[in-house]
Design a protein around this ligand. Structure first.
Ligand SMILES: [Zn+2]
Length: 247
């Protein structure tokens, strides 16, 4: 075999030599040729080889596409699952905030202990099993004097007492008239929001839960007027207090 023939053979191993032996086609190049061109260029044996290789190539492509499609499907499913879990999280959060913002906390405390796994004092969701059983979170239990193993009737008495205290507190925060010393709760929130704190943090600063707790400072004290909440106008100058308190 001549050197030229050896080169041609080596080339043929990587492609398909035409009848005259002056050109070697890669499979890709073969795929681009028309049926007539293939017949014209190659002998029968090579034509068969090319057809077979193209068929195999198609199958590989098909299999790859199928695999790609299944990967894509899985990705879409995963994305959907993530989105739905995010939606659930957001829904839960909205629920929680609604509970905290609810301006009628007295109704919440009047709910029976079996109705939900939220604290009967502050309305926050309970996580610890012992808390879920009693219906009061540890912090709130401490605050109103509930201890472990206390009879349910005693717990109810303490809850009632706490409720009266809250009502009294709210009554003391009710305005007889609205002056320009006060601004609406939402207007205050708009100012505080600009300092990049969460609504939740703002609510906590305001004593949460219909102002049942002590506020962060006097500028965050909620007052009630005709069923709506107001804050001292001075809160506008203290919008950054919430952020500062977080540090
Ligand atoms: Zn609580």
């Amino acid at each position: 075999m001549s050197a030229l023939d050896q080169v041609k053979e080596a080339q043929a191993a990587n492609g398909y030599s035409n009848k005259t032996g002056d050109k070697v086609y890669t499979l890709d190049e073969c795929a681009k040729l028309s049926k007539e061109e293939v017949k014209e260029q190659f002998d029968i044996a090579t034509q068969i080889k090319i057809a077979k290789a193209l068929r195999e190539g198609e199958e590989v492509t098909k299999a790859t596409n199928k695999k790609k499609a299944s990967i894509k499907k899985a990705q879409i499913a995963a994305r959907k699952a993530k989105a739905s879990s995010k939606t659930t999280q957001v829904k839960e959060r909205v629920k929680r905030v609604k509970k905290i913002v609810d301006p009628a906390p007295e109704k919440k405390s009047a709910q029976s202990s079996s109705s939900s796994s939220n604290c009967r004092v502050c309305g926050k969701p309970l996580s610890r099993e012992t808390s879920v059983i009693s219906g009061i979170g540890d912090i709130c239990a401490n605050k109103i004097g509930v201890s472990a193993g206390m009879p349910e009737s005693d717990v109810d008495t303490l809850l009632e007492k706490h409720q009266k205290k809250v009502e009294k507190r709210i009554a003391s925060l009710t305005l007889d008239s609205l002056t320009d010393k006060y601004i609406s709760f939402e207007k205050a929130w708009k100012a505080v929001k600009k300092t990049k704190v969460s609504r939740y943090a703002f609510m906590v600063a305001c004593g949460g839960n219909g102002a049942a707790r002590e506020p962060l400072n006097k500028h965050f004290q909620i007052y009630f007027y005709k069923g709506k909440r107001y804050l001292p106008a001075s809160v506008l100058k203290h919008a950054t207090d919430v952020k500062a308190a977080q540090r």
